[in-house]
Design a binder for this molecule. Sequence first.
Ligand code: SAM
Length: 447
Amino acid sequence: TIVSAFLSPGVVASEHDLASLHLRRDQSLPVILSTRATNADDEGYAEGVVTNTRFGSYPHSTIIGEPWGSQIRASMVDTGSRGRKSQQSKKRKAEAMGQADNEDGTATKDAVTASSGFVHVLPPTPENWTTSLPHRTQVVYTPDYSYILHRIRARPGSRLIEAGSGSGSFTHAAARAVFDGYAKDEVAAKDDGGSSSAKMPTPTGKVFSYEYHAERHRKVKDEMVSHGLDPIVKAMHRDVYRDGFLLEDEEGSAEKVSPRANAVFLDLPAPWEALPHLTRDTQGGAISALDPQSAVHICTFSPCIEQVQRTVSALRRYDWLDIEMVEVEHRRIEVKREYTSMQYEGMRGVNVFAVDVDEAVAKLRHVERRAKDFHAGSLEADKSTKAKQMQDNGNNNTKLPFDGGRLVHRTEPELKTHTSYLVFAVLPRAWTEEDEAAARAKWSKHV
Ligand code: SAM
């Protein structure tokens, strides 16, 4: 399908789809599903490509065709004979590093045959991509980018400038936010086997993503193509401090074209150096990179307060208004019940994003209530199991382990976020004499 799996994944996991194998909380593995061998180790095996994890082996043939969200059981795969040589050397390396296996498909034979388990197969989303993407730089994490996209009013049809592209974490979320759909008939024609040369429908929502590091730019550009987001994201290799944000004319003329941006996100070491290129009044007849018909909302992302100060004074100088700094401070708080009874020792609590302990405890209570209802339901459904459980418990009441237990909580020390200061501002739309006259003419028709 021409619509990216990030935007419209369909119902089932299909061949060539990017899938996220969810191993456990905060750990997922992106894989391109394929039954066809992609390397020499997999060639000649009926099950095709196999992803090996510390929770077992997953031939892609057992995943393809399953509805997204399915639990996939590990398979016993004789990978021992596959690429024995390369596995042996990987095993020696892994042992030298004090680990028996890892998640990039290099599990050793022993790890594969000894482990069994399950994973959930999830469609790709900006959120799970952010947690598993190959880091080439610091990245913007979900709590920050969801707030940023909301504040800069990124919505279907927005035209958003982003610099620099970095590892493409923000880029994926921005692409989803601005995507406004393709014309339905064009999609249908293409999906129904229309010729591959048929014109690619062009969405109006756009992300213009600039990066001056050649290798990082190339990787983001390739990723956009392989993730089906390239009709939405135009990735450019550019030093924006020096060369600004205007686009090369696609027709090949020397004329520059405006991206007509109405939303801007700068994750750069010196945002104030890019700001002279984001004005309405341009010098020497050059065109503006901003949409003249719309207010523009900007956010800059900087780790140090000195960078914030310089950015704020440059924003003032270039007529930006409503300048405000925000720090997104989110913590993950773990709340658990501590049980003295051996029977329930090790029972898990919840680990939630919450503003304070009260909210975290409320979430724990919610999880407990749901677990209690679930267990009560299954006890009801299976009378013989219930009887046996009562027998095993040595009593005949259905008291579940959620009652009692001392509440304990701790805040996770390691935050999976790049804490930075966010500076927001607005540049009002340009308002000329002609705009005023047009507005008056329109108004006079109604009175
Ligand atoms: N927001 C990105 C993400 O979520 O993955 C991370 C951006 S990273 C922190 C900053 C990027 O800005 C780096 O990749 C760097 O090469 C790029 N950069 C720095 N100065 C630049 C400039 N003058 N023009 C374009 N890119 C620049």
